[in-house]
Design a binder for this molecule. Structure first.
Ligand code: 4F9
Length: 230
């Protein structure tokens, strides 16, 4: 069973979004253990403050190291193995399906650290963070939405979480975009479902879908077909 701990100032965001989802269902089924820890609960400040002014000036606020570190110690005390700690940050490597799969298969316990303001004190990154992950080249107000994206993508790689038969042959799993999908009716607004899909000829359907995947990827995401840099 995979365990994912989240260190955040806004645990309610996770409950609101993930509680009702397929991921929430997986947690109820015991396939996954999700736990949200409020960093503020560990602040030793008399006003429970978690941020402070940056040394060297420059405006904005920085998340102070003490509440994060104390919360981290609380989550890890007595554990035999150190969990894999991920900090959601625009400075991380951009998250991919491949990375989601690797996280699900290589680790049984993740801690996701969500920053706010201008980020966390650098010594937290040095002391506890194993990996920084970005979900794209844009700045958000905090790491919560990126953490939810990572949780969703990782959790659905856990066997049993996503039920349908094609879960392994989905978009990006083979490095290609998904082929076009159709459901009833066979004609809508004068547009017909391609004949091959109604033919019942399974081998032809597989061939057609692969061809469409290739065409779409070349058209919409040619970068996915190019040899990877690095
Ligand atoms: C994190 C943006 C990961 C993109 C965290 C502000 C972030 C982010 N990917 N932006 N805090």
């Amino acid at each position: 069973m995979m365990k994912i701990d989240v260190l955040t100032l806004f645990p309610g965001m996770f409950e609101a979004v993930l509680g009702d989802s397929i991921i929430g269902r997986a947690a109820e089924k015991g396939l996954l253990h999700l736990q949200y820890t409020n960093i503020r609960d560990f602040s030793l400040d008399k006003h429970k403050r978690v941020d402070d002014y940056p040394y060297g000036a420059g405006g904005g606020m920085v998340m102070a190291p003490q509440p994060i570190y104390t919360a981290y110690q609380h989550l890890t005390e007595g554990l035999e193995e150190k969990p894999h700690v991920i900090y959601l940050s625009p400075q991380g490597k951009v998250f991919t399906q491949e990375r989601a799969k690797a996280l699900a298969s290589n680790y049984s316990h993740l801690i996701l650290l969500c920053g706010h303001y201008e980020g966390v004190d650098e010594r937290i990154i040095e002391e506890i963070v194993d990996e920084e992950i970005s979900i794209g080249d844009y700045v958000l107000t905090g790491g919560e939405i990126p953490a939810m994206a990572v949780i969703d993508a990782v959790a659905r790689m856990i066997p049993g979480v996503v039920q349908h038969a094609n879960a392994e042959s989905e978009s990006l799993e083979n490095g290609l975009l998904e082929y076009p999908q159709y459901t009833r009716p066979p004609e809508f607004l004068g547009r017909k479902v391609p004949d091959v899909l109604l033919s019942g000829h399974h081998a032809e359907i597989v061939k057609w879908r692969h061809q469409k995947s290739l065409e779409r990827t070349a058209k919409k995401r040619p970068d996915l077909l190019a040899p990877k840099a690095e």
